[in-house]
Design a protein around this ligand. Structure first.
Ligand SMILES: [Zn+2]
Length: 1299
């Protein structure tokens, strides 16, 4: 057997390409059922360009090149599903073809259009094909498959065979069932299509989207002209507004017809086609009853669009054999006798009668509906009858009509709508005969294929001819459910309009749709030729990594792509274009894979390896300074970022990039670095940072970098000094400590208050001790520093507190003339010169690295404290926690009692204690207090002097420099860029910041700024900064920082009778263990100074605030955190009193009463009533007392909703639950258990005011505007709300009437 030329594996021109491998391509043409089983084989040299492969394929299969796609077949390269590029000059080898192997390809449609066949006649070019309308595409031997359409599941070949017909399919929308069958039938009806084309859409008159006729017209034009295999019906279904699958299931095909026809009739009203739908589709019949005694006939004329034919006669198990039989049965009269006798109007009695239907007129297009869907009353299920029922291709209807008519009534079948499946679901398609070529086609969604007469017969249903009882059960489920016949009448039978006969507007529409399709195609073409790849760029000035998506046509050169990237990254104003280049980059590993020297004119498609949806790599737009040169990056190199470490200055330099090879030894690598960075290789130590904090000293000279764990991108630290540090074990070395610190150092941006000296003042609180190790004792440092001889931090705190107090007073007085816009929070401290500031004028050293020894917690001290507690032995409750409470309550105490002597803060128990009486109670359980100042640690490192000695020392790195933030962050703001070891405690961090803020750390607050600029105060002094990360922002605000057990509290004034009963007064600090009385005392001066409120201690109270509701009145002896729970950002009401506080005990109850005066339609202001018990009698007595209403006439009701329980005066009299039948307030339905409840009361003898309609309307308006202001909902009653809802839902009026 001689193999065909194309199967030859051995190249013929061996002498030309002795070395050249060849590529065997096996191509399967999947666009055509005839060809799908054939294979085209091509054996080409591996260097053949892809373009040439396409040309060869095109000539072999006889398609116009460019009208088909080639995609990878099963097996090789299956992952890359994108079609190959028919214009590519890349060789097969470079396109992933494998030499010496079988390369499988599929030839497919391009953009949903079938390939164009090269015409024999060279004069008919592409254009002639475009203008082709309906009709089968001439193709040799293209006889369609004849059996595939009946199958519900499409075989591979059935998909392929369709569009050879030249007809366009419709994409199945999955929910629209019979729609496609109906649309194709209407399209294939010449009279309907022509009529639809005659109508012209007026865009000015209606929305094209909702115009059914217009969308139908567009669809028809597309069905005629589209080069796609199938088109979408979404625009048509949208015009129907049936946009759910339910909608399609609820309506049947008749209904769809009706809707469509109605829409058309509406449009055609004033045109010559006004009655066209009726003429085409509407028949007439007579429904009659004839008295068999006197012959009198009663009748009614009905019209119909289709004739419904039952499959089985009622009560019969046997189906009608044919539609003719069923039609006869349809007009077969029934006799009404016996109990069914008919009342004859002429005979005036019940008579036997004959009842039936008579056809009077058959429409031009006759629709027979086969009622295959039925309801089985024995099983109560919807069923489908699959019985056989034949129908003729020609149907003579003259036998079914009485009227003598010389015209022929011979009908010709042209559409069979088929359902395949059960009543529960299935598939719909249509068999339609074309009136242009008398050929039958199956229109099965996107697939159109030629079929035969035999295929039509298969839709008769049943199983091959048998008519037995069981025929249905064993029958095929694929059968006709609707038949459409056309009257054979040469005078009326129309042909489809020729293109030349189209009305102008259809010609325009055709043009428009064609352009749209072309435009989409062009867009797809562009998409197909566009490489989309991630692009990164480190901004040369801002030093931030920018990310973008580079979209570049595959034919653009690298040079052009650089320019696109350059503009995309907005570098035009920053650096010149020739300082940029694109390099292959791996963002994940931050690895520069290769550069593209000498490839400036190479197309990007080639450089990137084709157009792909995703790439396994990225691009980096690399920049250089004008005096630098770009390095060449070769593939296979690894990247090393080298940080030079200077042990002396303890600095770590920014990285220098070096490229190395994985098989280099450590020694070779050292030499490489030595050459680049000019450090002696002999003394060089290299440390590789593998993961976070995993530091590895490269100390085996012969090991390769690969063995040491180098990967694509690496970070090393290099040190080369003569220092002795080299001889130490690495983890003990100074280098290690330095790197460890470096790894833990984060960069923070700190916004300083305006008044702070910032860093510009060149103040440094702690000049660095000269030269040596930098281990400077904190206390020593301070001693030598600007603060002079310092006793303790606490002492300073006390001192400055005193100072602040006096200053703040003074400042407030000054402030009256000054800037009043400053926030109350900072005003206290605005102009204060802190002790630090005053003394620090001599600060001489610029900001530089500061390294300090900070005391950390002292475990021994902690233990001794506990021991002392138990020695004193009150109970176990006196734990460290308790002592914290004491110390903090103590310190706040000293703060407010300026004249009491400062008591040294101690961890032990303290005599000066307001809390001693409640200590056991305080320790019942340690509360979750994350939001208060630090109190979970046993020690107090910040203020504790004695714990210092035995503390383990740690090097805490802190370096701050001024930073010019972006514009927009506000002029005059001072920013610090701080590099700090995140293991530092907040307390130490704050101390470092002191010189920059200009006040002691106890007098400023640290707020962490989160995304969306939310700020939260950081208060836990013993906690480290480990939760912070690089580039976090911090705002410093002046103001007393919270100490342990302290809470920031927002104080609001409660003004019950004001329009806005809740007014913010000030921020205050309350401490755990403080009594309400003490907090009130502290508040007094602040109220006076900040709010101008002159109150005396017994003329105001604090009470619980829940949103705007006043709650429990706090009694003077209540203790925070014991009797009263506080939380962070706690809010409290302050209420000024007219007289002395009556609330003295917890058993009392303060309610807010309000008198309702029905005769005036008016409410009195609120008035507080203090009850000694929860007794209703007492309430009534008290109300009687304050109002003068006789006790027996008092009626009361609880207010609804939240304070102030607003209610319309038009509703209050009826709508409130007046006089509840209870004797105490704390039971249902009142449930008044806490202070602040609202009670309305009235005199029951008081008559309600008579209102005229006008007055009522006036009042209604007034009340409605009043209540809207307070957010009150006008309707409360369920009855009214229901009515409102019905109204809003637009329910019919009868619902309202029923209501
Ligand atoms: Zn009669």
């Amino acid at each position: 057997m001689v193999p065909g030329e194309e199967n030859q594996l051995v190249p013929k021109e061996i002498e030309n390409a002795a070395e050249e491998p060849r590529v065997l391509c096996i191509i399967q043409d999947t666009t055509n059922s005839k060809t799908v089983n054939e294979r085209i084989t091509l054996n080409l040299p591996a260097s053949t360009p892809l373009r040439k492969l396409f040309e060869d394929v095109a000539s072999k299969v006889g398609y116009v090149n460019g009208t088909f796609d080639l995609v990878w077949g099963n097996g090789i390269n299956a992952a890359d599903m994108a079609p190959l590029d028919h214009t590519s000059e890349k060789s097969l080898l470079d396109t992933n073809f494998e030499p010496g192997k079988k390369n499988f390809l599929h030839l497919t449609d391009k953009d949903g259009e079938q390939p164009q066949i090269v015409s024999e006649d060279t004069s008919t070019t592409d254009d002639s094909v475009q203008d082709r309308f309906i009709g089968p595409l001439p193709r040799e031997g293209s006889v369609g498959s004849t059996s595939d359409y009946v199958s519900q599941s499409y075989s591979y070949s059935s998909i392929l065979s369709k569009s050879e017909t030249g007809y366009v399919g419709l994409v199945n929308q999955a929910m629209t069932c019979y729609l496609n069958s109906l649309l194709q039938t209407l399209f294939m009806t010449p009279e309907f299509r022509n009529a639809l084309y005659k109508w012209e859409f007026e865009e000015s008159e209606e929305d094209p989207v909702t115009s059914i006729p217009y969308q139908l017209q567009r669809l028809f034009v597309l069905l005629q002209t589209s080069k796609k295999r199938a088109i979408e019906t979404t625009d048509v279904t949208r015009s129907f507004g049936w946009d759910s699958s339910e909608a399609w299931q609820q309506h049947d095909v008749q209904e769809l017809c009706r809707v469509m026809f109605d829409a058309l009739e509406q449009k055609w009203k004033q045109t010559e086609q006004a009655d066209l739908i009726n003429e085409l589709y509407q028949g007439k019949l007579k429904d009659y009853v004839r008295c068999l005694e006197c012959g009198y006939e009663g009748w009614r004329i009905d019209t119909y669009l289709d004739i419904p034919l039952v499959i089985r006669p009622y009560g019969s198990s046997q189906a009608f054999a044919s539609v003719e039989e069923a039609l006869h049965a349809f007009i077969q009269p029934e006799i009404l006798d016996g109990p069914n006798q008919y009342f004859c109007e002429r005979c005036k009695k019940k008579c036997d009668a004959r009842k039936g239907l008579r056809f009077l007129h058959f429409p031009y297009l006759l629709t027979l509906q086969l009622k295959r869907f039925d309801f089985d009353y024995t099983t109560m299920h919807r069923i489908k009858l699959n019985d056989r029922m034949t129908f003729p291709e020609e149907l003579d209807m003259s036998t079914f009509i009485d009227v003598e008519d010389e015209n022929s009534l011979l009908y010709e079948l042209f559409s069979v709508m088929v359902h395949s499946g059960s009543a529960a679901g299935g598939h719909y398609y249509a068999c339609i005969k074309s009136f242009s070529d008398e050929q039958w086609y199956s229109f099965n969604d996107q697939h159109v294929s030629r079929i035969t007469q035999e295929d039509i017969k298969k839709t008769h249903g049943g199983s091959s001819g048998s008519r037995g009882y069981y025929s249905s059960a064993f029958a095929s489920s694929t059968n006709a459910y609707m038949l459409i016949y056309r009257l054979k009448d040469p005078s009326r039978n129309a042909k489809f309009l020729e293109v030349n006969d189209y009305p102008e507007h259809i010609k325009n529409l055709v043009q428009k749709e064609k352009e749209l399709e072309e435009q989409e195609k062009r867009q797809r073409e562009i998409e197909r030729n566009t490489c989309k790849i991630k692009l990164f760029c480190m901004h040369p000035v801002k030093q931030v990594m920018m990310e973008n998506k580079l979209e570049v046509h595959k034919d653009k050169t690298l040079k052009e792509a650089v320019e696109i990237a350059y503009k995309m990254m907005d570098l035009e104003e920053v650096i010149p274009l020739d300082c940029c280049r694109l390099v292959k980059y791996d963002e994940f590993h931050d690895y520069l894979e290769r550069s593209y020297e000498g490839e400036e004119d190479t197309p990007m498609g080639l450089l990137l390896g084709g157009v792909k949806s995703t790439y396994m790599f990225d691009l980096l737009l690399e920049t250089r300074k004008p005096d630098q040169v770009f390095q060449s990056y070769k593939p296979g190199e690894v990247m090393v970022k080298v940080h030079v470490v200077d042990i002396k200055t303890e600095s770590v330099a920014p990285p220098v990039s070096i490229r190395a090879y994985l098989n280099q030894t450590v020694t070779e690598f050292k030499q490489l670095i030595s050459k680049t960075i000019h450090l002696p290789a002999e003394t060089m130590r290299i440390v590789l940072e593998r993961c976070y904090n995993d530091l590895r000293l490269l100390n085996v000279p012969s090991k390769t970098l690969k063995a040491e764990g180098f990967f694509r991108s690496n970070k090393v630290f290099v040190e080369s000094s003569e220092s002795l540090d080299r001889q130490m074990a690495f983890t003990d070395s100074h280098l290690w400590k330095l790197l460890d610190r470096h790894a833990n150092t984060i960069r923070l941006f700190v916004l300083l208050p305006e008044q702070s000296p910032g860093s510009h003042s060149k103040r440094t609180a702690y000049p660095k001790a000269g030269g040596d190790s930098g281990h400077v004792d904190d206390a020593c440092e301070r001693g030598k520093g600007p603060l002079g001889s310092l006793k303790s931090v606490e002492a300073i705190l006390e001192e400055s507190t005193e100072k602040l107090k006096s200053l703040s007073l003074q400042q407030h007085q000054d402030g009256d003339n000054g800037d009043s816009s400053k926030s109350t929070e900072t005003s206290d401290f605005e102009n204060i010169e802190s002790p630090l500031n005053e003394r620090d004028s001599s600060g001489s050293v610029d900001n530089r690295e500061l390294e300090q020894q900070i005391q950390t917690s002292d475990p021994e001290n902690f233990q001794s404290e506990e021991r002392s507690d138990s020695d004193m032995n009150n109970d176990r409750s006196t734990s460290s926690v308790d002592s914290d409470i004491l110390s903090s309550s103590h310190s706040s105490d000293t703060l407010c009692n300026a004249d009491s002597a400062p008591v040294p803060l101690a961890n032990g128990l303290d005599s000066h204690s307001i809390t001693s009486s409640r200590r056991s109670k305080a320790n019942e359980g340690k509360k979750e207090t994350w939001d208060t100042a630090e109190e979970d640690s046993g020690t107090d490192s910040e203020y504790d002097e004695s714990g210092k000695s035995r503390a383990e020392t740690q090097y805490m790195y802190f370096k701050a420099e001024s930073y010019a933030a972006d514009e927009g962050s506000g002029e005059g703001h001072k920013w610090l860029m701080v590099h700090v070891d995140k293991r530092i405690t907040l307390a130490a961090f704050k101390q470092h910041l002191e010189p920059f803020v200009g006040v002691l750390s106890s007098h400023f607050k640290v707020f962490r700024v989160y995304a969306s600029n939310q700020e939260f105060e950081s208060v836990r002094l013993n906690e480290t900064l480990s939760s912070f990360s690089d580039d976090n922002k911090i705002t410093i605000r002046l103001g007393r920082a919270l100490k342990k057990g302290e809470y920031r509290v927002k104080v609001y004034q409660l003004l019950v009778n004001e329009q806005e009963p809740c007014r913010f007064l000030l921020d205050a600090v309350f401490a755990k263990g403080m009594t309400v009385r003490q907090s009130k005392e502290e508040l007094l001066p602040q109220l006076r100074e900040q709010c101008g409120l002159e109150l005396s201690i017994d003329r105001f109270r604090l009470r619980k605030k829940t949103w705007k509701n006043p709650g429990t009145v706090f009694l003077d002896y209540h203790v925070y955190e014991e009797d009263i729970n506080i939380s962070s950002n706690w809010e409290v009401f302050l209420e000024a009193l007219d007289g002395v506080e009556k609330m003295k005990s917890m058993s009392q109850l303060a309610v807010l009463s309000r008198r309702w005066r029905p005769s005036e339609m008016r409410l009195d202001p609120f008035q507080e009533v203090v009850l000694e018990s929860s007794s209703v009698d007492e309430l009534r007595e008290k109300l009687c007392e304050i109002s003068g209403i006789p006790l027996e006439d008092i009626e009361f009701a609880k207010g609804r909703g939240t304070f102030p329980c607003d209610i319309s005066v038009l509703e209050i009299h009826q709508d409130l639950d007046w006089n509840p039948k209870v004797s105490t307030l704390n039971v249902w339905p009142l449930y008044i258990c806490d202070d602040g409840a609202v009670i309305f009361y009235r005199d029951k003898t008081e008559e309600i005011m008579e209102l005229t309609d006008e007055q009522r309307n006036e009042l209604m308006k007034k009340e409605s505007s009043r209540l809207q202001k307070t957010g009150h909902r006008v309707t409360y009653s369920p009855r009214k709300e229901k009515a409102l809802k019905i109204y809003l839902d637009g329910a019919p009026n009868k619902d309202l009437a029923q209501d």
